[in-house]
Design a protein around this ligand. Structure first.
Ligand code: AVI
Length: 322
């Protein structure tokens, strides 16, 4: 879906239609799957914020600590007067660490598909940083059509935190990085947060928390389908499933049918066998060689990487490769 469609469609009709199309297509496939982006309605976004606070979910805390410790290193690599372009406008805490550290920042431009999220972020930042030029861009930074031109004439520093890159398959990550490389330009750089491979039990716990918030996040997708697509999915008839696949180096997340059942979605009937599952997310984990290879595939080279003492998470400074 293009950003221009979204901009002309404040009521979200096009978004609703894309959701209907993707859910029906995803449930009609042999290996059922629904794109992860649909997990983030208002309730899903609130649940994800709660996930970030969980004791088992070390990612957010750890990346924030790394950024706190190395914001000055990032700023000295970036130099004065650059434009900061954030892919997504979620985590203002992390962006602020860079906003505070970067010298004579010329522009801050968050790119996000959610107009509401963008406007809220921009309003807050304009209030807290009155002299900062804030230019939000409403666009899908994963759309194959490419990214709109932002920060023209300025040296551009991209920021893609949170290991959101891990929710992309390797080919999708390459597409994203190539698009970012084109937008950031030959003298551009990208600060990339990526979750590291580690003890599978630690990974398992991060996606199967004892409070059940991650399960609620996954199952909220069923609630959204019922609400927006006149669905009759039984919320008690499915469970969250998440496990680490060490061969693929990724967490896989599904909702799984607890019994044989059928449900109506947007006027169509779907049957589920007992144990049948619907894929909702991948969350790839990396070692430093994986990050270097991924960067190369997107036209970048790793100039620096900072990690925490336990080597749970990595923040890399990627420069555009010639
Ligand atoms: C947004 N993303 C980086 C999260 C992750 O860890 O892959 C999404 C998530 N899904 C369940 N827990 C967290």
């Amino acid at each position: 879906m293009s950003s221009s469609v979204l901009a002309r469609d404040p009521a979200g009709t096009a978004e609703r239609e894309a959701f209907r199309r993707d859910v029906l297509a995803g449930l009609s496939r042999k290996r059922r799957a629904i794109p992860a982006k649909y997990l983030y309605d208002a309730q899903g976004s609130a649940l994800f914020d709660a996930i970030c606070e969980l004791p088992e979910y070390y990612l957010t805390r750890t990346e924030t600590e790394i950024l706190k410790r190395h914001a000055a290193d990032i700023a000295s690599r970036a130099g004065p007067g650059c434009a900061l372009i954030e892919f997504g406008s979620g985590s203002s805490v992390k962006s602020r660490l860079l906003l505070d550290a970067l010298e004579d920042l010329a522009l801050y431009s968050p790119i996000d598909i959610s107009r509401q999220h963008l406007d809220e972020t921009a309003d807050r930042l304009r209030r807290d940083y009155p002299s900062l030029k804030v230019e939000p861009v409403c666009a899908d930074y994963m759309a194959p059509a490419g990214l709109p031109e932002v920060g023209k004439g300025l040296r551009r520093l991209g920021f893609f935190p949170g290991s959101t890159i891990g929710n992309l398959t390797p080919p999708e990550a390459t597409v994203f990085l190539r698009q970012a490389r084109r937008l950031l330009g030959d003298d551009g750089a990208l600060v990339l947060g990526a979750d590291l491979k580690k003890d599978p039990q630690r990974l398992h716990a991060a996606y199967n928390d004892s409070a059940g918030i991650t399960a609620a996040f996954t199952l909220n997708l069923l609630r959204r389908i019922n609400r927006e697509l006149r669905g009759t999915l039984d919320l008690d008839g499915f469970e969250h499933e998440a496990f680490y696949d060490p061969v693929e180096g990724r967490i896989e997340i599904y909702f799984r049918s607890l019994r044989e059942q059928s449900a109506i979605v947007a006027g169509r009937t779907f049957s589920f066998a007992k144990g049948e599952r619907v894929h909702t997310e991948y969350s790839y984990k990396y070692d430093l060689a994986d990050i270097a290879a991924m960067a190369r595939s997107g036209g970048f080279a790793v100039a620096d990487t900072w990690t925490d003492p336990e080597r749970l998470f990595a923040v890399s400074y990627l420069v555009a490769a010639p």
